[in-house]
Design a protein around this ligand. Structure first.
Ligand code: ARG
Length: 460
């Protein structure tokens, strides 16, 4: 029999019963639900709305249910629709009359808003610590390859010399911002909706500040309609996770390119690659491909809740029950991707020989050649044109700039002297790019130290 059977003349249709129920997925919120109810009951007692005796019975009953759920002794039922009504029904079954008083001055609308908010808040530390582990792996790998020259690309065309460390630390900078966004989300969400009631607060003399404090919130939410209607925190989290996945996906794309025979800049550890069912030679970067693929799924989670919310009038609407699965899915997906991705990076072999060989072709020192002339007094635009002529000649003859003889250089400009070969040396070109944020070792060391400090500050 339904809780609301007093008002109804018929049993709920079996199809509606199943259609309406959310217990199959919201049972994940049992800890938050019980924690919220404990705080609510204690507040009701402190405000003289519930007797000490009833409050004690409720607390004891709820703790017993919590222990039994954790021990796997409880099967929830769709007949009680969701986690909130399942827990309440269990409580009343166990402790009788007192259980029926728990829902005084509360609605499932503020209850679900509270539970879900606490769940999202509770996952942020896990996501942050996984990000810190990834940052640690990036720093560890980057430290090994600060002098490993590789071609930096624009338009996927070889552009200028960088180090592999510089490339890795670019991702470290992105993940640092992701961590910052997670922290922003955690700070902004930390207001308590409990006590908003169904939508319009309550006539009971409740103390919303007390429950907010007991549940480690900074304050109660200021407006009861907003309290039950707001899902911004879920959207903020999924936006943050979408951006994070976009970073992982770009990185995955590069891993996939780098393991190809066309690049062979890295080799994945056998434990982090997969084979083919037909082609005996294959070693595939499935982990990176799946991370790239799962990015679409996390974007979908975000879009699905944005779309659910876009036309909803205030305050609660049942549509909002559709908020949970995308959020759970986005969190689960990211929490699965981050550790496997970090481990894949940690175990890869870096083929610095192939990176160096790739850097040797493609004229990635052409800018340095123009800079050489500019430093000798030629305006940069003229130097740029002169080096363009040299590159065109080299392309025709199949030579590199380094292969060009001093006579050939001088034919283009008398400013060229024997020291041009030092200026064209790729190790020098990379090492001399010491401008703030550049690939010179002094700068990659600074970047690594900054990220290491950031990780220290975020690790207790
Ligand atoms: N299962 C519901 C949800 O997840 C709980 C809130 C139900 N409130 C209501 N007025 N029907 O949104």
């Amino acid at each position: 029999m339904k809780l609301w059977s007093g008002r109804f003349g018929k049993e709920t249709d079996a199809l509606v019963n199943d259609f309406n129920a959310s217990i199959s997925f919201d049972q994940r919120l049992y800890r938050e639900d019980i924690r919220g109810s404990l705080a609510h009951a204690d507040m009701l007692r402190a405000c003289g709305i519930l007797s000490q005796e009833d409050a004690d019975a409720i607390s004891e009953g709820l703790l017993g249910i919590l222990a039994d759920v954790e021990a796997g002794k409880i099967t929830f039922t769709p007949d009680n629709e969701d986690i909130h009504m399942n827990v309440e029904a269990l409580l009343t079954k166990r402790i009788g009359q007192a259980g029926k008083r728990l829902h005084t001055a509360r609605s499932r609308n503020d209850q679900v808003a509270l539970d879900f908010r606490m769940y999202v808040r509770g996952e942020i530390p896990t996501l942050l610590s996984q990000l810190m582990e990834l940052e640690t792996v990036l720093c560890r790998q980057a430290k090994r390859y600060q002098t490993a020259v590789m071609p930096g690309y624009t338009h996927l065309q070889r552009a200028q010399p960088i180090s592999f460390a510089q490339h890795l630390m670019a991702y470290a900078a992105m993940f640092r911002r992701d961590a910052g966004r997670l922290e922003d989300c955690a700070a902004r969400l930390n207001e308590c909706p409990l006590g908003s009631g169904a939508l319009a607060g309550t006539t009971y003399p409740i103390d919303r500040f007390m429950t907010a404090q007991a549940l480690s919130f900074d304050a109660p939410m200021s407006n009861s309609l907003d309290g039950v209607s707001d899902r911004d925190y879920a959207l903020e989290l999924m936006s943050t996770l979408s951006i994070l996945m976009m970073h992982l996906s770009r990185f995955s794309e590069e891993i996939i390119l780098w393991c190809s025979w066309e690049f062979k800049f890295i080799e994945l550890d056998d434990a982090y690659a997969t084979g083919s069912s037909i082609m005996p030679q294959k070693k595939n970067p499935d982990v990176a491909e799946l991370v790239r693929g799962k990015t679409g799924r996390v974007y979908g989670d975000l879009m699905s809740l944005l779309t659910v919310m876009k036309g909803l009038p205030l305050a609660y609407n049942k549509d909002m029950q559709e908020d949970k699965e995308p959020v759970f899915d986005a969190i689960d997906t990211v929490e699965m991707c981050l550790p496997v991705f970090a481990a894949m990076l940690d175990t890869m072999t870096v083929r610095t020989d192939n990176m160096r060989a790739a850097a040797g072709r493609g004229f990635i020192n052409a800018t340095d050649c123009a800079d050489y002339l500019t430093k000798k007094g030629m305006p940069f635009r003229d130097a740029y044109t002169a080096v363009g002529q040299l590159v065109a000649a080299c392309t025709k003859s199949g030579k590199t700039l380094e292969d060009t003889t001093l006579e050939e250089f001088k034919a283009v400009s008398p400013l060229f002297e024997a020291d041009v070969y030092d200026a064209l040396n790729l190790e020098n070109c990379m090492a001399l790019r010491g401008s703030y944020g550049g690939p010179a070792v002094s700068e990659t060391s600074r970047q690594i130290a900054e990220i290491e400090q950031f990780v220290l500050d975020h690790t207790k």
